[in-house]
Write a protein that binds this ligand. Structure first.
Ligand code: FAD
Length: 513
C-alpha cells in the first residue's frame, strides 16, 4: 500500500506538465473556452489549421471561425446539447484568417468543476476538407457508374462468391420480370457452367472467365426463345473491415454482362431451320428406306427359313438327289442371294460427331419442322420448357430423330378420323444429373399390354398397308436405341390413361466406358 502511494506521488506531480505538453503537441486543433465560447486557450495545431496566432483569437468568441454558412439549426442543436451538459460532435464550415474555407470536424466537451458545474468547453477539431472532397468524388463516381450501368442496353449483374446478386441494372430487372421473377443470373450461369463442364477449356489470360457465350432462354408460354451473348469477368474488392486491415484478402465478385442478341439469332435461326428442314426431310427419306428394306428382309427371312428346313427334311427322307429337294434348295439359294442383295441396299446409318447439345433447342427444331403437319392435323401444341436446361453431350441429329419419331407418332395417333381432342404437350425439366423430356398427346393411347411390345423392332399398332406401307414400326425401337446410345431411357407412362405420355431421360454426364 505504502509502495503504491510512493509511486503515485511523483506521477501526480508531473501530470499537469505532461497534459500541457500533450495538448500543445497534439496534431488536432484544441481550444478551451468559457461557457459563452470565448476562447481562453488554443494549441499550436489550432493556429496551424486556422491561420490565427494565439494572441489573435484568445479573448475572441469561437464564432470568429464561423463562415456564416453553417445553418443556424446546427448551432442551435450544438448549444442545446451543451446546455444539457452533453458533448456535441458535428461538421461546420469554418473560415481561416486568410478567408479560405474549410470543413471542421468538431467535438465540444463540457468541462465541469468539482461541484459538477460546467465551467469551460473543450473544443477539438480537424480539417476534413480533403477527406470530404474524396468522399464526394467516390460518391459522384459511384452515381455516374450506376447511371451508366443502368442506362446500358445490356443486362448487367455483379454476383458475390455465393452467386448472390449484389448489384444489377434496370435491364436485368426487366429481364427478371419477363422470366416470372426467376433470377436471370442463375439461369445464364447454370447454362454456361453446364457447357463449360463438357469442355476442356484452358484458363483464359484476357481476364475473362468466359466471353461471348451464347445462351438460349426459353419462356414458358412464349413461342420465341431469347438469346443472350454472355461474358463474365472476375472483379476483386478490398476488404474494408477493420480486422482485414493488415491481412487484406479481399472479396471476389463476378461481373456478368449479357447482350440480347435475339434479333440477330432469329435471322440465323431462320436460315438454319431451312437447312435443317432439308436435312431432316432427307434423313427421314433414308430412314423410311432403311425401315422398309429392313422390314422386307425381316419378313422374307421367316418363309426362307421354313423352306430351308423343308429342304433339310426332304434331303433326309428322299436323299440329296431328290428333284424336289434340289429345286427347293435352288429356290433357297436364290432367295438368300436376293436377301444379301437387299441387305447391301439398306443405307448405312450416317456417322455423326458427338457434340454439346441442348435438348430445348433440339425439341424446338423438331416442333418447328413439324409445324406444317401439326397445323394440318389441327393439333394444339403446348410447349413447356424449363427456361434453361443443362447442356449434354450427344448426337444432335439422332436426338432430333428420336423426338421427331415420338411427335410423328403423336400426330398420327390423333389424326384418326373423328378424333376430336388434339393436343400435344412437350415439356422439359432438369432432373438431378439428367434432362427429362415428356411428350404427351391426347390421342387414343397405347393399351397396357402393348406398352412394352411397341419398342420391339417392326412392331406396329397400325394395320399393314393402312398408310401405304410407309410406316412399318421401327420408329419406337429406333428411338429407344438412340436414348440408350445416350445412356438414357425412354418409357411409356403406364399410369397415364388419357392419351399417350412418353418420358425420355438423358443423363448430362455419360460414362463412356
Ligand atoms: P450564435 O450561435 O447565435 O452565437 C451568438 C453568440 O452567443 C456567440 O457568442 C455564441 O458563442 C453564443 N451562444 C449562442 N448560444 C449560446 C448558448 N446557448 N449558451 C452560451 N452561449 C451561446 N462555431 C463555428 O462556427 N466554428 C467553430 O470552430 C466553433 N468552435 C466552437 C468551439 C467551442 C468550444 C464552442 C463552445 C463553440 C464553438 N463554435 C464554433 C460555436 C460558436 O460559439 C457560435 O455559436 C457559432 O459560431 C455561431 O455563431 P453566431 O455568432 O453566428 O451565432
Amino acid at each position: 500500500m505504502s509502495s503504491a502511494s510512493k509511486t503515485i506521488a511523483p506521477q501526480a506531480a508531473i501530470l499537469p506538465l505532461v497534459f500541457q505538453q500533450a495538448v500543445d503537441q497534439a496534431d488536432v486543433a484544441i481550444s478551451i473556452t468559457d461557457t459563452r465560447a470565448n476562447i481562453l486557450y488554443v494549441n499550436p495545431a489550432f493556429c496551424r489549421v486556422t491561420g490565427y496566432d494565439t494572441s489573435e483569437v484568445v479573448g475572441h468568441n469561437e464564432s470568429i471561425l464561423s463562415n456564416k454558412t453553417t445553418p443556424p439549426e446546427v448551432y442551435k442543436s450544438l448549444w442545446q446539447k451543451l446546455a444539457r451538459g452533453e458533448s456535441w460532435s458535428g461538421t461546420l464550415v469554418n473560415k481561416r484568417k486568410d478567408g479560405s474555407k474549410y470543413l471542421a470536424d468538431l467535438t465540444i466537451t463540457p468541462v465541469t468543476d468539482a461541484g459538477g458545474e460546467v465551467v469551460n468547453y473543450l473544443g477539438m477539431h480537424r480539417d476534413i476538407t480533403e477527406m470530404h472532397r474524396l468522399e464526394c468524388q467516390v460518391k459522384n463516381q459511384k452515381a455516374l457508374i450506376e447511371s451508366v450501368v443502368d442506362a446500358a442496353p445490356m443486362v448487367i449483374a455483379l454476383l458475390d462468391a455465393d452467386d448472390k446478386v449484389v448489384l444489377d441494372n434496370s435491364a436485368y430487372k426487366t429481364l427478371m420480370a419477363d422470366l416470372g421473377m426467376i433470377e436471370p443470373a442463375s439461369l445464364l450461369l447454370a447454362s454456361i457452367r453446364s457447357e463449360l463442364a463438357h469442355e476442356e477449356t484452358a484458363a483464359r489470360n484476357d481476364g475473362y472467365l468466359f466471353l461471348d457465350r451464347e445462351v438460349r432462354v426459353e419462356r414458358p408460354g412464349v413461342n420465341a426463345p431469347r438469346w443472350f451473348s454472355c461474358s463474365g469477368v472476375r472483379v476483386h474488392e478490398d476488404d474494408d473491415r477493420a480486422d482485414a486491415f493488415f491481412a487484406n484478402e479481399g472479396r471476389s465478385y463476378l461481373l456478368l454482362v449479357a447482350k440480347d442478341i435475339t434479333t440477330v439469332r432469329a435471322q440465323q435461326e431462320k436460315a438454319r431451320m431451312a437447312a435443317l428442314q432439308a436435312v431432316m426431310a432427307d434423313e427421314s427419306r433414308v430412314n423410311v428406306l432403311r425401315e422398309s428394306l429392313s422390314a422386307a428382309v425381316f419378313q422374307l427371312e421367316g418363309p426362307l427359313n421354313m423352306i430351308s428346313s423343308a429342304v433339310g427334311m426332304l434331303t433326309r427322307r428322299e436323299g440329296t438327289t431328290s428333284p424336289k429337294a434340289v429345286a427347293l434348295g435352288e429356290a433357297v439359294r436364290m432367295g438368300e442371294e436376293a436377301l444379301t442383295g437387299l441387305r447391301t441396299m439398306i443405307p448405312a446409318q450416317s456417322v455423326e460427331a458427338e457434340s454439346v447439345v441442348n435438348a430445348n433447342e433440339l425439341l424446338r427444331d423438331v416442333l418447328d419442322v413439324s409445324t406444317g403437319r401439326l397445323l394440318g392435323a389441327g393439333i394444339r401444341v403446348t410447349w413447356k420448357p424449363q427456361a434453361v436446361l443443362p447442356a449434354l453431350r450427344g448426337y444432335p441429329n439422332k436426338l432430333r430423330s428420336l423426338f421427331k419419331a415420338l411427335i410423328d407418332n403423336a400426330i398420327e395417333a390423333m389424326s384418326v378420323r373423328g378424333w376430336r381432342e388434339r393436343e400435344l404437350t412437350v415439356t422439359s425439366h432438369a432432373l438431378l444429373g439428367s434432362v427429362e423430356v415428356i411428350i404427351e398427346d391426347s390421342g387414343p393411347g397405347i393399351p397396357p399390354e402393348l406398352q412394352l411390345k411397341v419398342f420391339e423392332p417392326f412392331f406396329t399398332t397400325r394395320r399393314q398397308g393402312g398408310d401405304g406401307g410407309r410406316h412399318l414400326g421401327t420408329g419406337l425401337s429406333a428411338a429407344q436405341q438412340v436414348a440408350m446410345d445416350h445412356g438414357g431411357s425412354i418409357e411409356i407412362d403406364a399410369a397415364h390413361t388419357h392419351g399417350c405420355r412418353v418420358r425420355i431421360v438423358l443423363p448430362v454426364q455419360r460414362d463412356h466406358g
